[in-house]
Write a protein that binds this ligand. Structure first.
Ligand code: HAM
Length: 432
């Protein structure tokens, strides 16, 4: 026997029992995004590595430690996308979407890749759903994007989450705050972890969300960004809060929400859950007014968010939310005797042409085992065909729950099954 090949660490298969939950979640996300008039955008899974270096920032965990890089046969440097915002901005610029849509309201869903130590809620291939609104600096749009995220979580039925918001200022006030942080943390330099010593020089705000206990303790007394916002940024943040109140979205202000990617300015937010362990960030986002220009486009403000599907499904499960559709309305076709197989197959095709989901197991040629299978698969209706039915061009339909049975003409499929499963065949016909 050849050696077995296993799935790469930190990745997983979405198996048949699970995939229907993914479909449901994606459907709810698309429906919610449509309610807010967002349109889907799909970008490639790999992009130029420079896109992320320039977009996400060189001194970030994603670029320093987590990005999957490869060179193709011609020596070009690519990366499996670690996130969706930089690729969407690339596409926005390349396809001149700003000319057609003002603003562009885009949503997306797909796999992302980050090389990190896998644990519950953290994978090397994971999936994000997200939105990007590119082309408005109106604080209402920050609130709208947040409201969309909140709406989506509510549609799924998630209860145990909080929304934390902050403003990290603009390119004028943010450096002033950085200087204050450098001054504060320099006094504690000897006590900081190695990563934070590096961050102190290159990216001081990131010290605030270091997971190291000692760094966190020191961070408690660190200056707050809210005391450093300039007039415009402070006013914009007030407006975001005003609109969140108007849209009835609950939030708390947390001046420590910094976000791990460099492109953010002004509003930053995270939805955190108490239903998971340490990987408690359900989704995160914020405003990124400098990114379009940084990636070679015309200066264009933007805001967006992304959330992890795996974490959302785990929270849904922890909160006892069922994402499985209970409304299975399919038909299992069971036949008695080999001579009726072709007739059964023809009926299957006719049901399917009516949009009805049909199961027929061609290799199961025993009627009893077919019925058992229908039960096991939880299929609510069984269509039974024996030679008598075949000769009369009829079939028997059985409702498994009630045990009601009715014999119908094959030609009935044409009209009586138009409204399946809300059809009245069991009431209208003589049942036996
Ligand atoms: P992010 O915070 O890096 O932001 O990721 C967003 C969400 O993706 C996280 O809150 C988490 O739910 C999920 N996630 C991240 N890494 C992993 C992982 N290794 N395993 C499982 N889930 C994970 C962004 O990616 C930004 N692009 C969001 C954004 C959009 N900002 C503006 N627009």
């Amino acid at each position: 026997m050849s050696e077995k090949i296993n799935i790469p660490r930190g990745t997983f298969d979405i198996l048949p029992g699970e995939s229907s939950k993914w479909q449901k979640l994606l459907n709810i996300f698309c429906e919610t995004a449509n309610l807010y008039s967002y349109q889907e955008i799909v970008t490639p899974i790999f992009e130029s590595a420079h896109l992320f270096e320039r977009g996400v920032g060189e001194v970030t965990d994603i670029i320093e430690k987590e990005m999957y890089r490869f060179t193709d046969r011609k020596g070009r440097e690519f990366a499996l996308r670690p996130e969706g915002t930089a690729p969407i901005v690339r596409s926005f610029i390349e396809n001149h979407l700003g000319k057609e849509y003002a603003p562009a309201k885009l949503y997306y869903f797909g796999p992302m890749f980050r090389y990190d130590r896998p644990q519950k809620g953290r994978y090397r291939q994971f999936h994000q759903y997200g939105v990007e609104l590119i082309g408005s600096n109106n604080p209402y749009t920050d609130a709208e994007v947040i409201a969309l995220a909140d709406h989506f979580l509510k549609q799924i039925g998630i209860k145990n989450y909080t929304l934390e918001i902050n403003s990290i200022g603009c390119d004028k006030c943010s450096p002033v705050y950085d200087a204050a942080l450098i001054e504060y943390y320099s006094k504690h330099k000897d006590e900081l972890c190695g990563d934070c010593v590096k961050r102190l020089e290159k990216n001081p705000k990131r010290l605030l969300d270091c997971k190291n206990e000692k760094c966190q303790l020191i961070g408690k007394e660190a200056p707050s960004i809210l005391d450093y916002l300039d007039e415009d940024c402070a006013a914009a943040f007030e407006k975001v809060k005003y609109y969140l109140n108007l849209l009835k979205v609950d939030y708390i202000v947390n001046p420590r929400i910094i976000r791990g990617l460099d492109y953010y300015s002004n509003t930053a937010f995270e939805f955190l859950t108490t239903s998971l362990g340490s990987q408690n960030a359900l989704l995160g986002g914020g405003r990124y007014n400098g990114l379009v220009k940084q990636l070679g486009g015309v200066d264009t403000p933007a805001v967006g968010f992304a959330g992890g599907v795996e974490r959302l499904l785990a929270v849904a499960e922890a909160e006892g939310i069922s994402l499985v559709d209970s409304g299975n309305s399919g038909i299992y076709v069971a036949n008695i005797g080999a001579e009726t197989i072709d007739y059964a197959l023809a009926l299957c095709a006719e049901f399917r042409s009516k949009g009805i989901s049909v199961e027929y197991e061609i290799d199961k040629n025993n009627f009893k085992s077919q019925l058992k299978s229908a039960n096991r698969l939880n299929i609510p209706y069984v269509c039974i065909v024996g030679s008598e039915e075949m000769e009369g061009q009829r079939f028997t339909l059985k409702e498994m729950n009630s045990g009601k049975q009715v014999t119908l003409n094959r030609s009935d499929i044409g009209e009586k099954f138009n409204n399946w499963p809300k059809l009245s065949v069991f009431e209208a016909e003589q049942t036996c």
